[in-house]
Design a protein around this ligand. Structure first.
Ligand code: CFM
Ligand code: HCA
Length: 535
């Protein structure tokens, strides 16, 4: 039983750690609750796989904006981490027949040193901004702070104001010090807040067609965003802006003029979707372009939303054509993958989305978890526009940084829901990870290194999908590892064609079992073994 396997892993902890972790590790079914504790502090001393607030703000949400000069105010290591590791891609746009500005190849930083910590770093930040503007003339400067900036109190917001007054260049500051919140998630929120405050709504370029969308939470990892855009364009749907993979300040400015927001990664950008709904009345639709069934469903949902018969017919044609083009390969990869099992551990949405793609190939998920997701990413939720917080409700969910009462969400009773549906109020529905996972599978929130190794030993999946931090220990234990953050430099995996690339990569890995032939150093040479201390 999955519950027994869970106990086998967790029982090694001290009583205090056990009590904490058992709320984050849930065996599906077997009479267990379908609720989980998430988005709480990692236990000190435990090797979590999470990142920091700065990684979520600068690395994830802002990093891909190609025409912004993003200056990291902090040590160069932080600047490098959030520049050179995440695999978002972009092309410089054409502007007046020439290549427009694209700064993704540059890593701008104040390279903070000890004297800056002692005497303050604002002077150095102003110097860096002056140099960037002199050399590149960017349309916008974004300033991101790292931990020491918050500790010494440099006022980056005042420096942003100074930049605008001194050079007439738009500048926005992000107080995204790494230590804020409990993970990357706080950083997403900080980035989202500033985007809505200072960028969205500042342009006036109207969409060219009546079916225009923004693609939210699509970061173009391995070219996924390009594949999704290709599909949408084939259907006759205009993409106004992409938040933020391959996206630009030039386009984000006009995003409030689009007809609909499509949300791919809900975790990192739900705040923008909801704030745009509130401020500009733009509805949002949760989509998922990972997986064959999911991609088809997402396109159909868009057609339903616009309700135009011609558009719906075109969407059906595109789906049929895309599927016909991959059928032979799909059948082949299915025959190779059917019956295999997988474990997935990624940030905040892929561990759910990729289960659906694996299902398309007949691969079972035995364990899945998120680094920094919130309860709704696991349990699902319905978002009702314009419902103000109800003080008596027991089910109020809050956002962890700068809570704004307007964005508190109330989970409704079935009766309330039906009433709203009768009135024709659209419910934005977000499925969550629990639904669709099989009885006996295990969900792990904030999976740590110890649990990773132990769960892989007891569950023995054929492949572990995760990130760079746990890749090598997985391989050294003789198991196939595939990275779901960077796709191990393959991709795109989105859409119909992407599914085939994914199937190909997985078959290649599983049928080349090189890692099972190696013996890890600790298996050859006796090493000291310890046990976790109890209380
Ligand atoms: Fe969204 Fe992402 Fe993810 Fe995320 Fe990330 Fe990423 Fe991820 Mo790495 S925005 S939550 S903070 S889908 S960087 S593109 S792969 S952990 S599962
Ligand atoms: C981040 C970025 C990351 C890290 C990937 C990994 C990404 O969280 O700071 O750990 O392999 O996708 O690049 O999630």
């Amino acid at each position: 039983m999955a519950s027994d396997l869970r106990e086998k892993v967790l029982e090694k902890y001290s009583a205090r750690v056990y009590k904490n972790r058992k709320e984050h590790v849930i065996a599906i079914g077997e009479g267990n609750p379908d609720t989980i504790t998430a988005n709480t502090r990692a236990i000190p001393g435990i090797i979590t796989q999470r990142g920091c607030c700065y990684a979520g703000c600068k690395g994830v949400v802002l990093g891909p904006i190609k025409d912004a000069a993003i200056i990291v105010h902090g040590p160069i290591g932080c600047a490098f981490y959030a520049w050179g590791t995440r695999r978002h891609k972009a092309f410089a746009d054409e502007k007046d027949g020439e290549k427009a500005d694209c700064y993704l190849e540059y890593c701008f930083s104040t390279d903070m040193q000890e004297p800056d910590i002692v005497f303050g770093g604002e002077k150095k930040l102003k110097q860096a901004i002056t140099e960037v503007i002199d050399i590149f003339h960017p349309a916008i400067v974004l300033i991101c702070s790292t931990c020491p900036v918050g500790l010494i109190g440099d006022d980056i917001h005042a420096v942003a104001k100074w930049t605008e007054a001194e050079f007439g260049t738009k500048a926005i500051a992000f107080s995204c010090e790494g230590y804020k919140g409990v993970s990357q998630s706080a950083g997403h929120h900080i980035a989202n807040n500033q985007l809505i405050r200072y960028i969205i709504g500042t342009g006036d370029k109207e969409p060219k067609t009546q079916y225009s969308v923004n693609l939210l939470g699509e970061y173009n990892i391995g070219g996924d965003g390009w594949e999704v855009e290709r599909l949408l364009k084939r259907c006759g749907i205009e993409v106004v802006s992409v938040f933020t993979g391959g996206g630009s300040y030039r386009d984000l400015k006009n995003s409030h003029l689009a007809h609909l927001n499509l949300v791919q990664c809900h975790r990192s950008i739900n705040y923008v979707a909801e704030m745009m709904q509130d401020k500009y009345g733009i509805d949002w639709l949760k989509v998922n372009f990972v997986g064959i069934e999911s991609s088809a469903k997402s396109l159909r949902d868009i057609g339903e939303y616009f309700g135009d018969e011609e558009l719906k017919a075109r969407i059906e044609e595109v789906i049929a054509d895309e599927i016909a083009a991959i059928t032979d390969e799909l059948d082949y990869y299915k025959s190779k993958l059917k019956g295999k099992s997988a474990a997935l551990y990624v940030g905040g949405s892929r561990s759910h989305h990729y289960q659906l793609l694996l299902k398309d190939f007949g691969v079972r998920t035995v364990l899945a978890g998120y680094e920094f997701a919130h309860r709704d990413d696991y349990e699902g939720r319905e978002v009702i526009p314009d419902i103000k917080p109800d003080a008596d409700s027991k089910n109020i969910e809050s956002i962890e940084v700068e809570p704004d009462p307007k964005y508190y969400k109330v989970l409704l009773t079935q009766e309330q829901k039906e009433k709203l549906l009768e009135k024709g109020v659209a419910l934005n529905y977000y499925e969550g990870m629990f639904k669709g996972m099989e009885e006996g599978a295990i969900i792990t929130d904030d999976l740590n290194h110890f649990e990773t190794e132990e769960f892989l030993k007891v569950l023995k999946p054929d492949v572990f999908f995760s990130g760079i931090k746990d890749k090598f220990v997985t391989q050294k234990n003789g198991m196939l590892s595939r990275q779901l953050h960077s796709y191990d430099y393959s991709g795109p995996y989105a859409g119909f064609r992407g599914a085939i690339t994914f199937g190909h990569d997985l078959v290649m890995g599983l049928y080349t079992p090189a890692w099972s032939y190696i013996r890890a150093p600790w298996q050859k040479v006796p090493s000291i073994q310890g046990t976790l201390g109890g209380e």
